[in-house]
Write a protein that binds this ligand. Structure first.
Ligand code: GLU
Length: 373
């Protein structure tokens, strides 16, 4: 069964730089944006919560600063983003404002979506904006994101935002109308796949390399985004954004690819853990603990044989068995320094070892997601 756009109540619309920015003039494509704003206003008017993940900061700022075309160094793209983000937010505020909708700018880093406390803060702000019927306009905080800790592409960022906001749909507007059986540029016999019930190896193999130089994410990052979104209980649809009214077109049954989530809405916590990109540490557990975890138990300090990484309480860590096979991930209840001291100890001994009482579990069952779960 093909989902209907009409049935979703919280929708993230992701707009890439190549759609939004006129390359030659280095200006927003105003007529196109106006048409998209009409679509957003139509959704919003029906009571749907709408969030926009918009790229375009670098593309809008680079010419103003006199950078040549082509790839920019990280520092230069950060400078370009600092300039372009102002224009980007302004144009969104204008086009939405003209339709009676308030826009709110949110700039996030990888850390804001990965570190639990910051994640919860960002989620709270988004929640408040939506409660007041404002539309959050979200981008990566390019000016401060360094190379090791940045998304770099807004497809995956949009997927994280969608799961963070418990959106039920992510719309990726692209320069292609969906996923093809092979990259159409290389293979003219390629056909559009309307529905992907599940992203498996065959689907991943269909995605080619990166697309244009303005849009960083090719089909590969879109599939990565699809994995994050669908693992977190969010459906995703890829559609051609180059036309006027691209969202309305999906509603009218235009060509696109739907990626379905197979998850029943798991708790927000598990969603966050399963989509977490950057575990901060590694706990190795003994055979008894590995069995207990599979049987649905929490991870106790006694079952931990080795602790690696510098993580803080609440961070996501990987759990592996003695053979190095990843069993799952979870939010650890202790800082690394405490975890090292507690490894192999009984829960009754926690107070003697640390001098303070602490949780009996190293990772509570509710804070854990096992592979294949
Ligand atoms: N955050 C970047 C920008 O606004 C773009 C990242 C992307 O295009 O995916 O310019």
């Amino acid at each position: 069964m093909m989902p209907l756009l009409q049935n979703f109540r919280r929708v993230v619309v992701k707009v890439g730089s190549s759609l939004l920015v006129d390359r030659r003039a280095s200006e927003p494509k105003r007529a196109w944006l106006d048409a998209l704003a009409d679509d957003i206003a139509a959704l919003h008017g029906r009571g749907v919560d709408v969030l926009v993940v918009s790229s375009g900061a670098i593309a809008l700022g680079r010419t103003v600063l006199g950078y040549p075309s082509g790839a920019l160094k990280l520092e230069d793209s950060q400078a370009a983003a600092a300039v372009g983000q102002i224009a980007l937010s302004r144009v969104w505020a204008e086009v939405l404002g003209a339709r009676g909708i308030t826009a709110g700018q949110i700039l996030v880093t990888l850390g804001d979506t990965e570190e639990r406390r910051r994640y919860l803060n960002a989620r709270e702000t988004i929640g408040r904006l939506l409660e007041r019927r404002a539309v959050p306009i979200i981008n990566e905080n390019d000016t401060v994101a360094t190379s090791e800790i940045r998304y770099g592409d807004n497809d995956r960022l949009a997927a994280r935002v969608a799961t963070m906001a418990s959106a039920d749909l992510l719309v990726l507007l692209s320069d292609i109308d969906g996923l093809y059986t092979a990259p159409p540029a290389d293979d003219p016999s390629a056909t559009l796949i309307p529905l992907v019930p599940r992203i498996d190896a065959a689907i991943e193999a269909m995605a080619g390399g990166p697309a244009s130089d303005l849009s960083r994410g090719g089909m590969r990052t879109k599939i990565e985004a699809g994995k994050i979104a669908t693992a977190g209980g969010t459906h995703m649809v890829i559609a051609d954004g180059r036309i006027a009214h691209p969202v309305r077109r999906i509603e009218q049954g235009g060509p696109c690819t739907w990626f379905l989530t197979t998850e029943t809405p798991v708790s927000a916590r598990k969603v966050w853990i399963s989509g977490s990109l950057e575990p901060r540490g590694l706990l190795t557990v003994d055979a008894g603990a590995a069995r207990a975890l599979k049987g649905g138990a929490s991870l106790l300090p006694a079952g931990v044989t080795h602790v690696e990484g510098s993580f803080a309480r609440g961070d996501c860590v990987r759990i592996q068995d003695a053979a190095g096979v990843e069993l799952g991930r979870g939010l650890v209840a202790y800082d690394a320094s405490h975890a090292v001291r507690l490894a192999g100890r009984r829960s009754q001994d926690i107070v003697t070892v640390l001098g303070v009482t602490g949780r009996a579990e190293m990772i509570h069952r509710d804070d854990m997601i096992l592979r294949g779960e």
